[in-house]
Design a protein around this ligand. Structure first.
Ligand code: TNX
Length: 745
């Protein structure tokens, strides 16, 4: 009897001390079997130099309604001990038991991380706060744990920047990369050059919709931070052991600055602050007066930002103006510079010298490697990992931020169910699987040059604070787990379980994280040659095809498309145990048609840049909605395309729907001509002339013979538009021919 009682108590306690929802997860955590400790009131004890962390903790506790007083019942102790060089930076220990909660560290930073863990451990149940009894030993795996935010494309007020910094702090991140200047707006007050913000912070309109649509509104848009604002943010971040890394873009992405001071361009202007996104030709002209201007700007920047690194941009600088500019030519001759890349390298080196002389280091995007890396520069690798690898081999410090895993402006789930984004496809699972040390460096001495990684939040398509939060959360959590806990340490299903209550907390605070990772992921998949829809989800799922159908179980993560009536269907997939909220349902439109099950061969393999899923992409039942997710399209540059279908036996066909695309701004053109041929034996071919054709829809051309025609083989010949005509973007280059689902009925 007695034993049963103890056992029950233990089971009850264990249930309550389910794995704590900590992200990033500590290096070592031991849960004690004793029941969580009820906190009615607490008092804070601290070592001498720990005022700031104690104040922070107190404010956080009061915010949660936990009384803090000198004679509070439960002690929380912040204990700073002698520095130990053997312990990694940020190291701390946390022990909580019936006697109190004891956080020990050799640095205030370590204590701060202990405080963050303590706050994350606190659980509220019907108004009563509990702290589980645990023992934690913890430290980070990477030194640079960063998040970036672009405030140029869209501007966010100081109140939001602080919220963002709070989120970094919760994740034990320690670098906030503040992208303050770009073509679409200069956002930092510079006393010596007031026009930078009076003129450069405001644009006359903004792009609406996706870049490929080239549509604009005509609303004045802008904003900037005063130097007081900046000081406030820097101090706020410092209290949270976060260094703010300001970015002042040069020599490219400078149009807003040049709108204010056109004399620092090659042509003299005039310019307007850019309204559209992209890369612009007018950049800083490397004259002495431009350098004097930039040095003055950087002086004020250094006064505001005490951190070691100043980010000087360096990316996407077209050399068009420089190549046509007498001042640039003179500079190149005088300095013995062979080309535009060498001139860019000269530019960056000169700025580096200026900053180094004042005790600062530069960091720049990986283009600063081109033409020769400045002697002490750190590199942020964004165009994949090559830049990072090259810089590490040259023994330069590196922050990894490759587009593939660290661009949180990319889609995080099926674009059909997401708000508009720039493109790409970077799921939460993919971020969690990221390893900041590229394969090529792993296990080599050069790996030590990789300081860590950073998530980038470019805001072309993030108009509001809610947009930023939805794109940054929870991918930031996955990156924090990688950078602190370590790469490859965490299984995705376990991570999702830990993340769920954290997301609920954010939701309660109106900080809405994306819940896309909780929806079943749907994608075209072929099994044993048969097309279907692959389903990836943490739980068993059911599906219905169209409404009013009986749900069926998804078996083996696959829904076959056989047996569907010809035509368009909506497939809805949901977790079997029930739909808890709308975000757990996924939908996809599929087209059942004859070409789904035909054998398709192509005369040319598609471009390696748009390989799709091989020829299957053209008959997988899924029509690409967006032209920006590479895997949905096949594309050919300059080539004519010939598709041959074998339906296995002769059949009656009467309608062909051709998924095409036209976007001259991106060098993509409709086919110049089309031709259809049919055959019964694959040897002798006859031309098929459709009775009706409809080319009105830019994305789908339709051809029909309502009476039908018989064929076993069908060949479609599409002529590439060829060379892009004069006056159009990319004139003289090959046009792209883009194809997607080709449905045959
Ligand atoms: C490239 S990343 C840029 C940014 C854009 C971003 C959009 C980098 C150094 N330059 O200007 O906002 O792509 O993903």
């Amino acid at each position: 009897m007695k034993h049963t009682g103890v056992l029950l108590l233990l089971v009850f306690a264990l249930r309550l001390v389910a794995q704590p929802s900590l992200i990033p997860y500590p290096q070592k955590l031991q849960s004690s079997p004793i029941a969580p400790l009820a906190l009615s009131s607490v008092h804070i004890e601290r070592s001498a130099s720990v005022q700031q962390e104690a104040d922070f903790l107190k404010a956080q506790l009061l915010q949660r309604g936990i009384p803090v007083s000198k004679d509070g019942a439960f002690p929380l102790r912040l204990n700073r001990i002698q520095p130990d060089t053997l312990l990694p930076e940020g190291w701390y220990q946390l022990k909580s038991n019936a006697q109190g909660c004891f956080i020990t560290a050799c640095s205030n930073q370590g204590l701060f991380y202990g405080v963050q863990s303590l706050l994350a451990l606190l659980q509220e149940q019907s108004g009563q706060w509990h702290l589980p009894a645990v023992e934690i030993t913890d430290y980070p795996q990477f030194a640079w744990r960063g998040m970036h935010l672009d405030v140029s494309r869209h501007f966010f007020p100081v109140s939001f920047i602080k919220q963002y910094i709070d989120l970094l702090a919760q994740h034990k991140m320690n670098r906030f990369h503040w992208h303050l200047t770009d073509d679409q707006g200069w956002r930092i007050e510079i006393k010596a050059f007031p026009r930078l913000t009076a003129v450069g912070a405001w644009r006359k309109g903004s792009m609406i919709g996706h870049y490929s649509e080239q549509r604009f509104d005509s609303l004045r848009y802008g904003g900037f931070y005063t130097q007081d604002d900046i000081r406030e943010v820097v101090a706020y971040a410092a209290q949270r052991h976060i260094t703010v890394v300001p970015e002042i873009e040069m020599p490219g992405h400078a149009q807003a600055a040049l709108a204010a001071y056109p004399q620092y361009s090659c042509t003299g202007g005039p310019f307007e602050v850019a309204q559209g996104w992209g890369v612009f030709d007018d950049v800083f002209c490397p004259t002495d007066s431009t350098f004097a201007f930039l040095e003055q700007v950087l002086k004020e920047v250094m006064d505001l930002f005490p951190g070691e690194f100043i980010h000087i941009g360096g990316d996407e600088c077209p050399k068009t103006r420089w190549e046509a500019c007498p001042k640039c030519k003179a500079r190149m001759q005088q300095e013995g510079l062979a080309d535009g890349h060498a001139l860019q390298s000269y530019f960056i080196r000169r700025i580096e010298k200026f900053l180094n002389a004042r005790g600062r280091q530069i960091i720049g995007w990986d283009e600063i490697l081109e033409g020769g890396l400045a002697p002490n520069a750190a590199v942020m690798s964004w165009r994949g990992t090559e830049g990072g690898i090259a810089a590490a081999k040259l023994q330069h410090k590196v922050v990894m931020s490759p587009g593939t895993h660290c661009y949180f402006d990319h889609y995080q789930a099926d674009p059909r169910q997401e708000n508009l984004a720039i493109g790409g496809y970077t799921t939460l699972e993919k971020v969690l699987a990221y390893h900041p040390v590229p394969d090529a460096l792993r296990g080599t001495p050069e790996a030590q040059w990789i300081m860590g990684a950073q998530g980038n939040v470019w805001t072309e398509y993030m108009y509001t604070e809610a947009d930023v939060l939805r794109m940054a959360l929870p991918r930031m959590s996955a990156l924090a787990e990688v950078l602190w806990t370590g790469p490859g340490q965490t299984a995705y299903p376990e991570f999702l379980k830990r993340l769920n209550p954290i997301c609920s907390k954010w939701e309660a605070q109106d900080l809405h994280p994306s819940r896309s990772a909780w929806r079943p992921e749907l994608f075209p998949e072929t099994r044993q040659g048969m097309p279907g829809i692959g389903v990836r989800h943490a739980e068993p799922c059911t599906y219905v095809v169209d409404t009013g159908q009986q749900p069926k179980a998804v078996l083996d993560g696959f829904i076959p498309l056989q047996g569907l009536k010809a035509g368009q269907h909506q497939l809805i997939v949901a977790p079997q145990r029930g739909v808890q909220a709308t975000y757990t349902v996924s939908r996809i439109q599929c087209n059942a048609h004859k070409a789904l099950f035909a054998k398709l061969s192509l005369n040319h393999v598609p471009s390696k840049y748009y390989p799709g899923d091989g020829e299957r992409t053209l008959h997988d039942g899924i029509r690409a909605v967006l032209p920006r997710v590479n895997r949905e399209w096949l594309a050919w540059s300059g080539e004519d395309v010939e598709l041959t279908y074998d339906f296995g036996q002769s059949d009656t066909l009467h309608r062909i729907e051709l998924g095409v695309f036209h976007d001259p701004g991106n060098w993509i053109y409709h086919p110049k001509s089309y031709r259809f041929e049919v055959s019964m034996d694959g040897q002798t071919w006859q031309t098929w002339v459709p009775e009706r054709s409809d080319l009105k829809d830019a994305r789908m051309w339709v051809f029909e013979n309502p009476g039908g025609f018989r064929a076993r083989y069908l060949r479609i010949r599409l002529q590439n538009a060829g060379t892009i005509p004069n006056g159009a973007p990319g004139a003289g280059k090959n046009a792209w021919l883009f194809l997607d689902e080709i449905a045959v009925y």
